[in-house]
Ligand binder design. Structure first.
Ligand code: G
Ligand code: G
Ligand code: MN
Ligand code: NA
Length: 255
């Protein structure tokens, strides 16, 4: 496949870009931080979204280089934007292959040191499939990352097969509810979905996790979720993924 061939060396050639989507306090709408989302600037096709190349990058293990680049770039950006003084956090998605590397925690620690970013302002987003693949390694890595001061979020919560056993085994700091639930809040299954949302938000709060709901696109969804006591939200209603210069404009008192 052509795209797969083009992907070889793309990161080394400097073709990866990061966009940033705001994570907002749901009541006040203030910015709580950003999620870094990778794009590939293909020489002829333009910006390729991650859903089109991350799976290819995982097959070829190119995701290891890309993932490390994303981590370095996102931490450097957060330091440049003075996240510590502003109380903001940078969220970075981590692929299962990266998390499985024996020296993953050392890599994170080294990247943080070089960037100058305080580890408390980095959130690593992992999915449950990643965690269940090798639970003991995941537990060890999580313990070491937390000792560094890094926060860890479980991403796309509610879409896998093992969500609850993952919460039993691992002390996440944040829980991100998948946008498929937000979508369904106002559809024909609204009563059931509202009940599920309510339960997931309570579950997170009982376990001392901050909840972020993903995929808020309408005022009605925002109103419902605020009423359910959800802490934070992401979605096109609040802000889209933006290139760095435009994302910077969302930061209050940015200079
Ligand atoms: O932007 P888009 O909706 O196409 O993102 C699709 C998926 O790609 C999301 O599930 C997101 O978590 C994933 N993704 C975005 N950026 C990164 C990244 O830097 N690393 C990894 N592993 N996945 C990412
Ligand atoms: O799996 P992950 O949560 O990392 O995926 C984030 C992806 O979701 C991003 O690629 C982003 O483009 C997409 N996204 C963010 N907000 C919205 C939204 O309000 N609606 C839809 N359809 N997609 C969104
Ligand atoms: Mn994510
Ligand atoms: Na998600």
């Amino acid at each position: 496949q052509q795209l797969e061939r083009d992907l070889r060396g793309a990161c080394e050639r400097g073709e990866m870009r990061l966009h940033y989507q705001g994570r907002h306090d749901l009541r006040g709408r203030q910015l709580a931080g950003f999620e870094a989302l990778v794009r590939w600037e293909h020489p002829t096709r333009g910006l390729v979204p991650p859903c089109q190349f991350i799976p290819l990058a995982e097959d070829s293990r190119a995701i290891l280089n890309i993932g490390e680049w994303v981590l370095r770039e996102a931490c450097a950006q957060a330091a440049a934007w003075d996240f510590e003084r502003r109380g903001l956090c940078m969220s970075v998605n981590v692929s299962p292959l990266q998390f499985e590397l024996p020296d993953f925690v050392q890599t994170v620690s080294g990247v943080l040191k070089r960037s100058g970013l305080n580890p408390r302002h980095l959130i690593l987003e992992v999915t449950e499939s990643l965690v269940m693949h090798d639970l003991e390694r995941a537990q060890r890595h999580m313990r070491d990352l937390k000792a560094l001061g890094v926060q860890i979020a479980i991403d796309d919560f509610g879409t896998g097969y093992s969500s609850l056993s993952v919460l039993q085994a691992l002390p996440f700091d944040q829980l991100k509810i998948d946008r498929s639930f937000t979508n369904a809040l106002t559809g024909p299954r609204a009563p059931r979905v509202t009940a599920l949302m309510t339960a997931m938000i309570q579950l997170a709060q009982t376990l001392d996790m901050t909840v972020t709901v993903e995929g808020i696109e309408t005022e009605e969804q925002r109103r419902i979720l605020t009423g359910l006591g959800c802490d934070h939200a992401q979605g096109f209603l609040l802000s889209r993924p933006l290139p760095p210069a435009q994302a910077a404009a969302l930061i209050p008192d940015a200079t």
